[in-house]
Design a protein around this ligand. Sequence first.
Ligand code: FES
Length: 98
Amino acid sequence: MSPRMVPAAADRAGRTDRPLAITVDGAPVSGIEGQSIAGVLLGAGRLSWRRGPSGPRGVFCGIGACFDCLVTVNGEPDVRACRRTAREGDAVLTRERE
Ligand code: FES
């Protein structure tokens, strides 16, 4: 948890921090409901999940403009991880396995 993160109980926005579980390349990864897939990956300590011509790639813009964060979600290829909200049970495949 970030030292700047407001505890859920004190969050005036009503955040509940309900946990969710996805798999990434077959391994279980936990996140918080409402996070993007990129947010879940970053929260799990993954800074990159594919290789581009210039090296490891993960989140660059974080707003859906650069396509650096592409993953496959539930069989759907080329999903921008920064724009897709993680759902319970999502099966995410990265390109690190290639
Ligand atoms: S980080 Fe740029 S599109 Fe996702």
